[in-house]
Design a protein around this ligand. Sequence first.
Ligand code: NAP
Length: 259
Amino acid sequence: MDLGIAGRKAIICASSKGLGKACAMELANEGVEIVINGRTPDSLEATAEEIRNATGTVVTTVACDVTTAEGRTQLLAACPDPDILVNNAGGPPPGNFRDWEGEEWHKALEANMVTPILLTKAVIDGMISRKFGRVVNITSGAVKAPISILGLSNGARSGLTGFVAGLAREVAANNVTVNNLLPGPFETDRLTATLESAAKKNGTTLDEEWTKRRSSNPSKRFGKPDEFGAACAFLCSTRAGFITGQNWLLDGGSYPGTF
Ligand code: NAP
C-alpha cells in the first residue's frame, strides 16, 4: 500500500530508541524526511546513521530534552513546518503514590501532557493552512487499563487524552488528524525497566516477571517495535485521513473489553 507521504516532513520526539525509533524508521521507509530526537547524542547519531543506511532518507538529529522549553525550541527550529508530529517522551517512573509530592506530579504532567500539547500548538496552525497534518501521540495502554505502579503515567496521559479528544474534532475539516497510539507491552528498554520494578516490588526475579507478563498476554508474546512503527506510519498516511480522535490499543489482545 502506498501511504502517500513520500517527501513529507516529520518530527519524531524521543526517537533514538524503542517505539519512537520504530516510528521514525517506518516513516523514513515511506520516504518522509525526518527529525529525530533523544537526550544522548551517541545513541541518537547511531540511530540516525542506521535509518539513513536503511532508507536513504534525510535524517536530522536534535539532541535535547523534549520536556524542556529549550528542547522544544531546538526541535521546532530544525523543522518549523512539519507535516507530521509524533509526540513521545520517556515514561514517568513507577512507584507508590504515597511517595510522590507535587514535584513528581508536575514533572510527569510536563513530560507526558504539557509537552505534547505545546508542540502540537506550535505546528497545528501550519498544518491547517497547508490542509494536511498528522499528529500521533504515543501514550500507553495504561490510559484504558491503569497499572497501579504507574500512577503518574495513568494520570498525566489521561489528561492528554482528554485534550486530544476535543482538539481532533476542531481541526478535522482541514485534513489534520490527531490520534493516540496506546502501547501494551513492547520489547524495549522501558519494558525491562518496568518489569525490574515489578520484580523488586513482588520479591521475584526479572526473568520470572518477564515470563509471567508474556504468558498472561493472549498472544503469548510481547509486541515488536516495528509493529508499532507500522501502525504509526499508517495513521500518518493519506489513507488514514478519516481516522481522528482515536485511541488505538496495540496490546496483543490484553485489554479484555469488547470496545
Ligand atoms: P525506551 O525504549 O526507553 O526509549 C525511550 C526513548 O526516548 C529513547 O530514545 C530516549 O533517549 C528518549 N527519551 C526519553 N526521555 C526523553 C526526553 N525527555 N527528551 C528526549 N528524548 C527522550 O522507551 P519506549 O518503550 O520506546 O517507550 C516510549 C513511550 O511509550 C514511553 O513514554 C513509555 O512509557 C511508553 N510506553 C511503553 C511501553 C512499552 O512496553 N515499551 C508500554 C506502554 C507505554 P534518551 O534516553 O537518550 O533521551
